[in-house]
Design a protein around this ligand. Structure first.
Ligand code: ATP
Ligand code: MG
Length: 430
């Protein structure tokens, strides 16, 4: 017997019950984005490897160990499954000259790939909603992005997602802080773990983000970047906080919030919940003013964030948010040759009128078909036998009423009868 093939570890199928939930989530997300003037963009899932090395940074977790990279066997080009969307979005912006004459507010939803240890809330294929704004100096747009998050949690019925913000200042300020930080860390060489030692001279800021409890007290007392920020950076940070205070959005300034990607400057933020265990960050982002130029475009200020769809969907479930599974309006049951042919016509005719129809396929007795009709959640069954077919008539049965009334109707009366009953039951339900 041949071995049954499985999906790749850490890459999940999203089965219909779950996928319907995702579609509802995506509908909410798309209309939320639209209400802030964001427009969709779709980039390839595969990009040239150098794009990510240059954008994300050579000494980041993602580039050092999480990328799915491979060589195109036809032309030897180095390619990578995208681990995040910002790099590709910026590449597209530059390639198509999108920011030349106007600002851009863009979003995308899609798969990302990182070779991490799979666990709850952490997968090798996962999905992000990415939101990017180009051409705005801020701090207004930074603050608006944070307000957007607050509104989405509200739209999704989520509570207790906490906002942390920080400012990473500008590169020159970071360089000064870095010197002081390295000097401080050198004094604590003896307690640094392997990872911290490795990062001491390559990416010391990341050490402050350590998950190792033994290092946290030492990190808490380390020189703080905020103390190295100049007046302009501080004013920008204060500008963001002002909008948040005006909007009544509580936040914590977390000086250890540094983000795992190199391209950020000034504002960074994360939305964190304690309901998902260790993988509690559901949304993260910040400003990345240098990236467009760094990737070969004209200097263009930019700001963005990404949300983890798996984590948000888990959180919605955790909070008891269970959207009603969308059921068809009508399930068409039919038996006999003439009846089956009429059934196709009837189903298409109802769909023409905007009614959602499942046509029974695969035959079987009326009884077994009626069971399926019931299980589908449809409001009505349309029942067609050869007798009915010969007179151009069908039976309409209400499935969700006790003792469901059944009546005979002409085919051309059917759509109106269904629509009228749906309106009646909508009104009764209000
Ligand atoms: P973490 O610290 O959890 O690894 P990150 O800083 O690597 O997160 P980002 O690159 O900022 O994450 O991605 C934005 C969001 O995407 C995260 O806040 C999270 O919600 C989600 N995310 C990131 N990596 C994964 C993953 N492997 N599986 C599921 N969701 C993820
Ligand atoms: Mg990560």
């Amino acid at each position: 017997m041949s071995q049954i093939l499985q999906s790749v570890r850490g890459m999940n199928d999203i089965l219909p019950d779950e996928a319907e939930f995702w579609e509802l989530f995506e509908e909410t997300v798309r209309s939320w984005l639209k209400s802030y003037g964001y427009r969709p963009i779709r980039m390839p899932i595969v990009e040239p490897t150098p794009l990510f090395k240059r954008a994300i940074g050579e000494v980041t977790d993602i580039v050092e160990k999480e990328m799915y990279s491979f060589e195109d066997s036809l032309n030897g080009e180095q390619l990578t499954l995208r681990p995040e969307g910002t790099a590709g979005c910026v590449r597209a912006l530059i390639q198509h000259n999108l920011a030349a004459r106007q600002t851009q507010r863009l979003y995308y939803i899609g798969q990302m790939f990182r070779h991490e240890r799979p666990q709850k809330g952490r997968y090798r294929q996962f999905h992000q909603v990415g939101v990017e704004a180009f051409g705005f100096n801020g701090p207004d747009v930074d603050a608006e992005m944070i307000l957007m998050g607050a509104r989405l949690w509200d739209d999704l019925g989520l509570e207790g997602i906490e906002l942390q913000i920080n400012s990473l200042g500008q590169p020159a300020e970071r360089a000064e802080h870095r010197k002081a930080l390295i000097a401080y860390l050198e004094q604590h060489q003896d307690i640094l773990d392997e990872e911290a030692k490795r990062r001491l001279y390559t990416n010391p800021l990341r050490i402050l983000d350590t998950k190792n409890p033994d290092l946290q007290a030492m990190c808490a007392a380390a020189p703080k970047l905020i103390d190295y920020l100049g007046a302009e950076s501080l004013a920008h940070f204060e500008g963001v906080q002002q909008v948040l205070r005006d909007a009544g959005i509580p936040f914590t300034v977390n000086p250890r919030l540094v983000r795992g990607l190199d391209y950020y400057n000034l504002t960074v933020f994360e939305w964190v919940t304690d309901k998902l265990g260790a993988q509690g960050t559901v949304c993260a982002g910040g400003r990345y003013d240098g990236l467009v130029e760094q990737l070969g475009g004209k200097p263009t200020p930019a700001c963005g964030f990404a949300m983890g769809v798996e984590r948000l969907v888990a959180l919605i479930r955790e909070s008891g948010g269970e959207p009603a599974a969308p059921a068809p309006d009508v399930y068409v049951v039919h038996q006999g040759d003439a009846a089956s042919r009429l059934a196709f016509r009837v189903a298409e005719g109802l769909r023409d009128q905007g009614i959602a129809v499942v046509l029974h396929c695969g035959g079987g007795s009326f009884k077994s078909q009626m069971k399926k009709a019931d299980g589908s959640g449809a409001a009505f069954a349309v029942i067609i036998g050869d007798d009915e077919a010969s007179t151009g008539e069908v039976q309409l049965k209400a499935l969700r009423e006790a003792g469901g009334a059944q009546r005979k109707l002409k085919v051309d009366e059917l759509a109106d009868a269904i629509i009228d009953s749906m309106i009646d039951s909508d009104e009764a339900g209000e």
